[in-house]
Each structure stands twice: as C-alpha cells, then as structure tokens.
Design a protein around this ligand. Structure first.
Ligand code: GLC
Ligand code: GLC
Length: 814
C-alpha cells in the first residue's frame, strides 16, 4: 500500500493522506540554519547544532506522534469552527490534503470548510531563517471572515537543559514585542549574543508569547483557548514557556486568494553592540530589521524560492543518469543525492529517531558521508576534511565524535574506536580523486585542536594508518578497541551493570580482541595511500604501505578466513567469532563486504565463495542481515550486539549501511545481476508499494530494516541519518554504473545487469561535462571506450586539455 507518489519532474514526493504509518519528514536548510518538518508540519529548527542552538521545542516519542511544530490554525469567525490546515495538531478531517516534500522545502496544501490553505516552508539560501508562506483561497460563493493563528514554542537554546532543568528554566524566559515582531531573547541578558524572531507580513489583531495564555491551562495544542475564542490575549512571557503566536484576520471575497508570510529566524549581534540604546536591556535590532523587511515582501520570497530551486538543479545536475530502471533513476538523480546532503550536514544528530541532544558528528560517519557528497560541493567537503583531521589525536587515533558548533573533539565519548582513523584516509582519497586538489595534503592541520601542533594533512594520513599498525593483536590482526564499524561489537566491555554505556565502558586492557573488519579496511585504505604517496613521489611511504597491505592481507588469509567466508573477530579470550566453530554469530556481513572491496580473494575464487555464503545465509527479500544465527541471549563478552532482540539493529537486523558493501563486492567479482538485485531489495522507491510494512519514508534510506529473526521482518526504522545514503550512492554510481573518479581521470567500468542494453550519464568532473553513453554488445563486462569518436585504451579517460569543457564518451560493454 502507498500513502502518496513520486513526482519526479518536480523532484517531489507527494503524500496524499496525513496519517502515514510514521511521520514522514523532510529537512529545511542546507547550510547553517536547519529544520526538520513532517508531513503534518511537526518538527523543529536549530542553528548549526541541534543540541546547543535549538530554536523551537519538539516532544519526542509523544502520544499522539509528532508534537511540536510549525503550526497554523484557521478559524471561521462566523461559525467559530477551527482546524489545522496541516491536519496536526487539531486533527479534524480535511476535505483535501497533500504534502509535497521537495529539495529543501515542503508544501502542505489542504481544503477544509471550503477554505484552501497552502503553506510553503523553506529556508532561503544564505539566510538563517525559515519562511512559511501561507496562501489562503476562499472557495465559497460568499465572503469568508477568517482568523489565522501561527504558533511556535521556543526552546531555551540548549535542548538538553531545556527538557530537564525546569527549576531554572521556568524563570528565565524573556521576549520582546516590537513593531509586531516577536523576539525570543532568553539568556540574551547574560552570555548569549543571539536571539530568535518570529515576524508576520500582516498587521496583527493580537498575539501571544506565553504558552498557557495561548493554550489555556490543562489544554493542548489541539485546542488552544485563544483559537477557540478567536481572541489572543497579548500575553508577554516572563519565565514559564515562551511561545510565538500571531493572530491575524482576513476577509476573503468569493474566490479571493491572499498570501501571508511568517518568518522564523536566528540572529547574532556583536557582543559590544547587543543592546540599543547601549546600557539598556533592549535587543539591538539594527541588523535584523532589514532582513525582516526583505522577507516580509512577497516578491523576495518568490525570488528566494526560485534561487533554492536553481541551487538544487545545479547540485543534482553534477550527476544525472538515465537507466532502464525508474527506481534507480529516481534515487540517483534526486533522493539519494539529496539524502547525502542531509547526512553530510546533520550526520547522526537530529532526525525523528535521533533527538539532537545525544550525539555530535561521528568521525567515521562524517568521513563516510563525504563519499556521497564530495561531487556536489567539493569546497565544503574540503572544509569538513580539515575539521575532522584537526580532531585527530597525536597518536593517529581519533575522537569518535565532534561538536559541530565548536568543531572540537568530544571528550565524553573520547577515542579508542580503532577503525575511526582509517576512514579519514578513504575520505581524503575520494576528495583527491574528485578534485585533483593535491594541495590539500600540504595544509597545516592541528592535532586534538591544539594550536602549535600543526603538521601537513598528509602526515595525518600517515599517522592514521600507523595507528592500526601500532595496535596488532596475538594473531597480528588489528586490535578492535572499543568497537570497529559495528559500534555494538564491544569485545572489551564486559558490562554487567544496567545503563552503562557499551561504547565507553572498557573493562579489559584491549590487547587481545581483534577485528578482521579493520584488517580489510586497512588493506583498502593502505592501497589508497600507496597511490597518494606515489603521486607525491614519496616512494618510501608508498613502499611501506604496499608491504603493510600485503602483510595484512596475508594475515587475513591466515587467521581471518574460515574456509567459506571471512571471519569477524577474535574476542578477549582469543576465541574466534564469525566462524563455523561458533553456534551463534557464525557469519557476519561486514568482513565479506570490506575484504572483497579491498580486493581480497577476487582473483582466486575465494571472494565468490564468501559472496555465495552471504547469499545463502544472510540475504533475505528485504535486504541482507548483519549476521546469522542471531544472538539468542546476552553475551557478556560481546557487548551491545547481543543486547538487542534477534533481528533488530546490529543483532541480525538488515543494517542497510552494510548492504552496499556487498553490492560493491559483487561488482568486484563481475556479478552485475547479483549486485543490482541487492541494490533493489533495499531501494526505498522500490519498497514504496509495501509502505504499510516498511513504515518509513519511501524516498530515503533508513538505518535498519528488521531481519528475518524479528516478528516484523521488513519493517524499517531510523530513517534519514545513516551511512546507507553515501554508501549506496557509491555502490550504484561507482560500482554498478561504474562511473568512478580516479586520481588521473574518470573511469568508466560498468558492472550492470545482463538484461540492461545500456544507459546514459551526464557527469561533471573537474569542470568538464562528460556525456556518457553505455551500450551492451555482449554478455560480459569488458569495456571499450570511445572519447569524442576516438577509441582509447583502458577504462580511464585521461583528463582533457584545459579548454575542453565537454567530452562525449561511448562505452561498449560485452
Ligand atoms: C550505533 C548503533 C546503536 C548504538 C550506538 C552507540 O548507532 O546502531 O545501536 O547504541 O551506535 O553509539
Ligand atoms: C550507527 C553509527 C555508525 C556505526 C553503525 C553500526 O549508524 O552511527 O557509526 O558504524 O551504527 O554500529
């Protein structure tokens, strides 16, 4: 069953009923000001950091779902009936309803009481504000007298403190109302230099800024007393819960339309110019007023919306494909790329499943997210790489997380996740391949954010790799530390106390437990380092890494190969995990994916063997599960992985992030049919038809789909913020369609389904537009390239002369 449909030409998903199985959300903003918005206008906004600069409140895990949002109420002043044009929070029936989620905007349209209301929500490029443009149309035969109320509940900035420290917070809230703009200025009197504002393009008949004055005591957002009565009380918040609610009245003649703009924004003042007049307690509004004046004018709102649209046309235009499969086209051309932008910006911090207060930006997450983003805005990828590298420890280890606002490593979580540093090498390699900006390697970058500790970025890469080599265990495999990619495989934790963190509680000295996954990852990135060092003519480093990769590979064959697949790890007792010797957890997906991606066993048939085992033991119609058999009970020596009931999350769930590694691995052994089959099993658009089971949004990847051991096999959870976005983008565009940026040019090496006759691609690469047409001539994967009509040898198109801006490429495969 479906709850809407794709509108590919508009780049939108159109939801046609408000009661989706879960709130289906979108993100507003793609630079510094962000918002989450659901199909019924739920969600919240923040500036840069969802924990430390939260503008509005949201109530997670609430009943009913999805409380707190960007609410508009309409009231017919003649019969006193009121409703929410976005359905929530009033939830009275609407005669018509659609929600269009697009690239950085959401439009909710409905008809009720023969009043059409369409609200367009978006964040203009370059601004720290969001616009709600409401268009009201009277569909009646006579004049309508309508009240419109807006409502947001302000968060007192630090979202964690806001939801816990009531004894203080009920006394600190402050607002100003000047020229009909509501200013939220809690803590501005002391150490904050920022405030929020909520403005409206219309003359107000009233307003409220104190929540209980607007709602009435013991009432909820579904029936605010002010809306019911049709009258605001012009309340000024002093402590308690500051809100912003405008009240306007419009007379609409039959058929008449009217546009009303609301602006919610964030603004900072210089510390020495906070107040006006100086010495007063009044916010200095000199620099914010022009912004408010600009966006309360309709023509500027239109222009900003067009600019947002053009921005996305340009970004998505960097890579467009036309394949025989509509789900592939839709995901690659629109939604998967868009999700990569969101994960690049938000990492794992703020979704409907990540509260925005729990986590900063993950080191390994951000490095991987960059792989799906770098072709869109390489300059921002560059900045991110330098920020991440500056949190590297001097010993080559990494802070596991950093705070986006301060860009500093998070001391509470610390380091010791032994795969972390290797991902930096992979991200830098991807950046170099995309841009050819070799100068980045010479950039002086700090360690541990310490002034004076700078070395060139290149040395950060060297130390990252050395970190693994300095930490080998009894079998010469890399020590796992607190965890590797699998955050829940905690082999040094042994936690028997409820509530302890599996990730940061380390009871063992960590000198025994080893990870085959890190070994595979090391081989993959050490090979990249060989190429990078070679390019820098650092033959010493190149030779060293060549040898280290070869040795690691030999170690994997000695201690990490189980006969039919790659093993997963060795625990603190030195016992193997992910082996036929185990009764539970015999085979894991991660080492199969990463080792084969790194090239292990590709030449001698062992890779195929491992992939056949994946197909046999791990693959399901809903995707590939993480391991089998699932852990039926809690194992003290394995950690969080065994804390989940079978089939969920890391305990044999379909952890989607790992599936594209298998797709990539299948292309390494030349099996395009199998790779594409796996791609389709978790493709959100393909799963649209089973939305009642899948539950999550059909336009973005979730983190997880319940595995075959779970009662709800096929049900997805944790949509949006997952490494699945970037990894699938890499798998489909680079491995399957085979358009691969390389250090010295663009490589074309498709491994596509046997039934495909070909496909076309437009790819911008280093300033050149590549118009690529692939056509099948036989059943194999051999590639013959013609560039501008001339055959070239090999699969890499050399970089053209500087003045060449377009290349026409024909690839024959067979
Ligand atoms: C990962 C896992 C989750 C775990 C968390 C700890 O996100 O998916 O289960 O609790 O890491 O950081
Ligand atoms: C979550 C974490 C990621 C980890 C994965 C598997 O997605 O953000 O870092 O690799 O879970 O545990």
């Amino acid at each position: 069953m479906k709850y809407g449909h794709f509108d590919d030409s508009a780049r939108e998903y159109v939801i046609t009923r408000p009661d989706t199985p879960l709130p289906w959300i979108n993100y507003l903003g793609c630079e510094a000001y962000f918002g989450l918005i659901s199909n019924t206008a739920g969600g919240y906004s923040f500036y840069k950091d969802a924990r430390l600069r939260r503008l509005t409140r949201y109530r997670y895990n609430n009943a009913p779902y999805d409380m707190g949002g960007r609410y508009i109420y309409l009231r017919d002043n003649a019969d006193h009936k009121f409703w929410s044009p976005s359905w929530m929070p009033v939830r009275s029936d609407l005669d018509e309803y659609t929600c269009r989620h697009g690239m950085g905007y959401t439009i909710i349209r409905s008809v009720s009481h023969r009043i059409e209301a369409e609200t367009r929500y978006f964040v203009p490029i370059g601004e720290n504000l969001e616009i709600w443009e409401l268009t009201l149309t009277n569909k009646r035969a006579k004049t309508a007298d309508i009240s419109a109320f807006s409502a947001v509940e302000f968060c007192l900035w630090d979202a964690l403190d806001d939801s816990t420290n009531f004894q203080r917070n009920f006394s600190t809230g402050q607002v100003e109302l000047v020229d009909e703009v509501i200013y939220h200025k809690t803590e501005y009197r002391e150490r904050r230099d920022h405030f929020a504002y909520f403005a409206c393009s219309e003359k107000l008949v009233g307003f409220d800024t104190q929540r209980e004055a607007f709602l009435g005591a013991y009432r909820g957002w579904d029936s605010p007393a002010a809306v019911e009565a049709g009258e605001s009380s012009n309340s000024m918040a002093n402590g308690w819960q500051p809100i912003g609610a405008h009240h306007i009245k419009v007379q609409l003649m039959a058929g008449e339309s009217r546009k009303i703009v609301f602006i919610l924004g964030y603004h900072e003042n210089p510390r020495d110019a906070k107040f006006d007049p100086p010495g007063s307690q009044t916010i200095n509004k000199k620099t914010v007023k022009p912004i408010i004046a600009k966006y309360t004018q309709l023509k500027n709102v239109d222009a900003a919306f067009i600019a947002l649209h053009d921005y996305w046309t340009e970004l998505l235009g960097k890579l467009q494909v036309n394949t025989p499969d509509e789900h592939t086209n839709r995901m690659v051309n629109i939604w998967n790329a868009y999700q990569c932008m969101i994960t690049f910006n938000i990492s794992r911090s703020a979704s409907y499943f990540e509260s925005g207060i729990g986590r900063g930006m993950g080191f390994r997450d951000s490095n991987q997210d960059l792989l799906g983003f770098v072709h869109m805005i390489p300059e921002r990828a560059r900045e991110r790489i330098l920020d991440l590298a500056a949190t590297l420890l001097k010993n080559g280890g990494a802070f596991h997380q950093y705070q986006p606002l301060t860009k500093r490593g998070n001391n509470d979580v610390g380091s010791g996740f032994n795969d972390d540093p290797a991902w930096l090498v992979l991200a830098v390699a991807a950046y170099l391949k995309e841009t050819g900006d070799w100068e980045i390697l010479e950039m002086p970058v700090q360690y541990e954010n310490e002034a004076g500790s700078e070395t060139p970025l290149y040395e950060h890469l060297q130390r990252s790799l050395q970190y693994t080599l300095d930490r080998l265990g009894p079998n010469e495999l890399p020590l796992i530390g607190r965890a590797d990619w699998n955050d829940c495989l905690n082999l040094n934790c042994f936690s028997d106390t409820p509530g302890q963190s599996f990730q940061t509680t380390t009871n063992k000295d960590g000198t025994v437990a080893e990870s085959v996954f890190i070994a595979g990852l090391f081989v993959l990135v050490a090979k990249e380092m060989v190429a990078i060092a070679g390019h820098k003519a650092d033959s010493g480093e190149a030779a060293k890494m060549q040898l280290a990769a070869a040795q690691m590979e030999a170690t994997v064959w000695k201690s990490g190969w189980d006969g039919g697949w790659f093993r997963r790890a060795y625990d603190d007792f030195g016992h193997v995990l992910g082996s036929k010797e185990n009764t539970e957890g015999q085979i894991f997906i991660e080492p199969q994916g990463i080792c084969i991606w790194a090239g292990l066993g590709v030449e001698d048939g062992r890779a195929q063997k491992a992939l056949d085992s994946v197909a046999k033991y791990l693959a399901t119609p809903h995707g590939i599960v993480l391991q089998q058999p699932a852990f039926s009970r809690y194992y003290l020596h394995l950690g969080e992985i065994s804390s989940y009931p079978p089939g969920y999350k890391e305990n044999a769930g379909i952890f989607c992030h790992t599936n594209p590694w298998i797709m990539i691995a299948e292309t390494k052994v030349g099996r395009g049919d199998q790779a594409f089959d796996y791609y389709m099993r978790i493709n959100p658009s393909k799963r649209e038809g089973i939305s009642e089971l899948h539950k999550c949004e059909p336009y973005v990847y979730p983190q997880m789909i319940a595995g075959k051991d779970a009662p709800a096999h096929g049900e997805a959870k944790n949509s949006w913020l997952s490494g699945t976005a970037a990894m699938n983008f890499v798998a489909i565009t680079q491995a399957i369609l085979g358009i691969q940026p390389q250090y010295d040019g663009l490589e074309i090496k498709p491994i596509i389904p046997s039934g495909w006759q070909g496909f076309d691609v437009v790819r911008y690469f280093r300033g050149v537009r590549y118009e690529i047409s692939v056509s099948r001539k036989g059943t194999g994967n051999k590639v013959l390239l013609e560039v501008d009509g001339k055959p070239i040898s090999g699969t890499i198109i050399p970089l053209p002369a500087r003045d060449v801006k377009i290349l026409k490429v024909i690839a024959y495969i067979g």
